[in-house]
Design a protein around this ligand. Structure first.
Ligand SMILES: [Zn+2]
Length: 171
């Protein structure tokens, strides 16, 4: 089922999510819905809080070299914890909760993450470049943060101004 994606400045996006304790059918339904919603919105990543559920769950489905978004590349991440991080990468990010805004953000280039899959199995994996960036972006959502908070003061001001203008045009 496609769910509604909350957009900035919805205060619910500032919620700090809680860990999943039951790896049950409700979790599986939520993961399936998140995947469907992400594809429907042409996204490559989604955190549960973006569909209004304050649980530590995120999905990432990267685009491969052929430009295809294959389900076999889907990564489901539950209760993530960044164990190690190194390097710096600047990457242009976007977010389904801040539509049509793309800005360069600085992140760690490489991270080691502990997480659980939908069956409750624990994994420890290292990710680099796009996957590392996407994971940090989505984990920020779980802590109640949006990527626009990472912009420089001037860029943030410019964003706020344009966003207000756009909201006015919609009304
Ligand atoms: Zn996002």
């Amino acid at each position: 089922m496609i769910r509604e994606v909350l957009t900035y400045p919805n205060p619910k996006l500032r919620t700090v999510s809680k860990d999943v304790t039951d790896f049950d059918v409700n979790l599986h339904t939520l993961l399936d819905d998140m995947y469907e919603t992400m594809l429907h919105k042409n996204g490559v990543g989604l955190a549960a809080i973006q569909v209004g559920v304050a649980l530590n769950i995120l999905v990432i489905n990267p685009i491969d070299e052929e430009g295809e978004q294959k389900k076999e590349d889907l990564l489901e991440v539950i209760n993530p914890e960044i164990l190690e991080s190194e390097g710096v990468i600047v990457f242009q990010e976007g977010c389904l909760s801040v539509p049509s805004v793309y800005e360069n953000v600085e992140r760690f280039k490489k991270i080691k993450v502990k997480f659980f899959d939908r069956l409750g199995n624990e994994h420890v994996e290292t990710y680099e470049d796009f996957m590392a960036v996407a994971l940090q972006h989505e984990i920020d959502h779980l802590r109640g943060h949006l990527f626009i908070e990472k912009l420089t003061y001037l860029k943030r001001k410019k964003f706020e101004k344009e966003w207000k203008k756009r909201a006015k045009e919609k009304a």
